[in-house]
Design a protein around this ligand. Structure first.
Ligand code: XMP
Length: 512
């Protein structure tokens, strides 16, 4: 195991990810609890992450001394490099020459860290994000490379296997960064890269068993990849101590609820309760056109329905959630700043406290594509794993203005045709997310020889890596024309189709 000490960098999870990609298991702990973690894990190597602090600040974080005393290889990245420097007896200060973004390091001396990768005299692109720099090195340390702003951009002590780098090897903008981290874990720390998703699965199952013991777990299954993978993993760990509840709020895509239920009951024999609460949700939403109120109503009802079902089961000790790392806005306390609510995302937040349950979140450390790999490992079919994300409030936020059953029905049909066309054209996997939106606008058209006055349907498709930013998908016009024709011909109530060419930002992916 590699222990990653988190100083609050926004990239810490990426370090873990690169280490996993190198076939090595790692664990991230906040610096405050790193000492206990070190003793518990007995890691073969330690990586100190970057962070927003400056070593000169009063009370700025440090790594526990045991990390440097134990004789294990240590790699300090960015702030981690500074912490290593001062804790080993060197001096660092904040620098006027701040380097952010793309920079170059000039290699001055061979080092095991970049053996087989970089050689003296070469320049290599790296990604910097820091304002501190080293003034004098700790005893026994030497410099291997410099950058414009830092004469000590790469330093280390070969004998003690300690290295510090000023740049971020974990981000893609440091093209050789992943291989550099591989060097560190494979060559310097001598850890074999034999860790796989299978091993992760076993580790996760073990962890769940330890946490849950003989307790009862309930899981809100949405049919999305995340909650599905979480449910399968927990089922593997504790069998029928788990019950899944799928709340059909009547805002799902066409045939969605039944399809999901069938897959889980037939292929996995997973205890699953389907609750048809569509009347309740749609009844409460009818006439509501304020986007935030729609979301809040759905969130509140979801909790109510879920709670009622859980009570029927006699309660539970744990609530399972498919929370992924990007959903986790946590990390070390001093980094937490206020962020503006753009939309109140619907999840089952609030439930655990109310029902006095603990959370089981087996995917908390993973990124979306890793969850997909884990899903494959658990035998989920590719067609299921590759599914586009679908928001919790469902079609309600794709029907701007007031919601009626009739509108939802029209939208469901149009959406199904649109997705069918996308699949037929072989475009599904190239698109991050695609869906239809039913606008609260009617326009005049002519069909046959008659006048029509019907709704406008907007089509949306975006490419994205993580949903945080997105570009609209650049379809071939012929494709759009064909999809529009089918929708207008086959769906009663729509007589016009438009395509949304807004990126995010400034738009969001959903319309509400
Ligand atoms: P936006 O519209 O914020 O969406 O650009 C980004 C991603 O999040 C999904 N989304 C949601 N997912 N509950 C969810 O589970 C929600 O309330 C919610 N709102 C948006 C959206 O589909 C896209 O993938």
């Amino acid at each position: 195991t590699v222990l990653i000490v988190d100083f609050g960098s926004q990239f810490t999870q990426l370090i873990a990810r690169r280490i996993r990609e190198a076939g090595v298991f790692s664990e991230i702990v906040p610096f405050q609890s790193a000492e206990a973690a070190f003793k518990r894990i007995n890691p073969k190597a330690v990586i100190l992450s970057g962070g927003p602090a400056s070593t000169g600040d009063i009370g700025s974080p440090r790594a526990p001394q045991i990390v440097f005393d134990a004789g294990v290889p240590v790699l300090g990245i960015c702030y981690g490099q500074m912490a290593m420097c001062v804790q080993m007896g060197g001096v660092a200060e904040s620098s006027d020459h701040r380097e952010f973004g793309r920079a170059f390091v000039e290699i001055q001396k061979d080092s095991p860290l970049f053996e087989g990768l970089w050689a003296p005299g070469q320049r290599h692109q790296v990604w910097m994000s820091h304002g501190d720099r080293v003034i004098s090195l700790p005893k026994g340390f030497e410099v291997f490379g410099k950058s414009e702003g830092s004469p000590f951009a790469i330093f280390g002590n070969v004998e003690r296997k300690m290295y510090g780098i000023m740049f971020h090897p974990e981000v893609v903008h440091t093209p050789d960064g992943a291989r550099l981290l591989q060097n560190f874990v494979h060559k310097i720390a001598g850890i074999e890269g034999d860790w796989t998703m299978r091993a992760y699965r076993e580790h996760a199952v073990e962890t769940i068993r330890k946490q849950v013991g003989k307790g009862k777990v309930i899981c809100a299954l949405s049919g999305g990849v995340d909650s599905s993978v979480a449910a399968l993993l927990i089922h593997e760990a504790v069998g029928d101590q788990l019950t899944c509840i799928l709340v059909d709020h009547g805002l799902m895509r066409k045939d969605e609820a039944s399809g999901v239920v069938e897959m889980f009951r037939q292929h996995y024999n997973l205890p699953l309760i389907l609750v048809d609460a569509s009347d309740r949700f749609i009844g409460a939403l009818e006439g509501e056109s304020d986007p935030e109120k729609k979301r809040k109503t759905i969130g509140r009802l979801f909790i109510e329905v879920f709670e009622e079902e859980a009570e029927k089961l006699g309660g539970a000790d744990f609530l399972a959630q498919g929370t992924l790392y990007p959903d986790v806005i946590e990390s070390v306390s001093f980094t937490g700043g206020p962020s503006v609510t753009i939309k109140s995302h619907h999840n089952v937040g609030g439930l655990p406290e109310r029902m006095n349950m603990q959370l089981v979140e087996p995917l908390r450390e993973l990124f979306k594509d890793e969850v997909r790999a884990l899903g494959r490992e658990l035998g989920l079919p590719d067609s299921f794993i590759g599914r586009h994300p679908f928001p919790g409030p469902g079609l309600a936020i794709r029907c701007p203005g007031s919601i009626t059953r009739e509108k939802l029905e029209i939208l469901r049909e149009a959406d199904a045709i649109y997705l069918d066309e996308i699949r037929k054209a072989g475009l599904y996997d190239a698109i991050w997310q695609a869906f239809a939106v039913l606008l609260p606008v009617q326009t005049v058209g002519v069909m046959g020889d008659g006048r029509t006055y019907e709704f406008v349907c907007a089509l949306r498709a975006v490419t994205s890596v993580d949903g945080m930013t997105a570009d609209f998908y650049h379809y071939d016009m012929a494709f759009l024309g064909a999809a529009a024709t089918r929708i207008i011909n086959e769906v009663r109530g729509i007589n016009r189709v438009v395509y949304d060419v807004t990126s995010k930002p400034p738009g969001t992916i959903e319309w509400e």
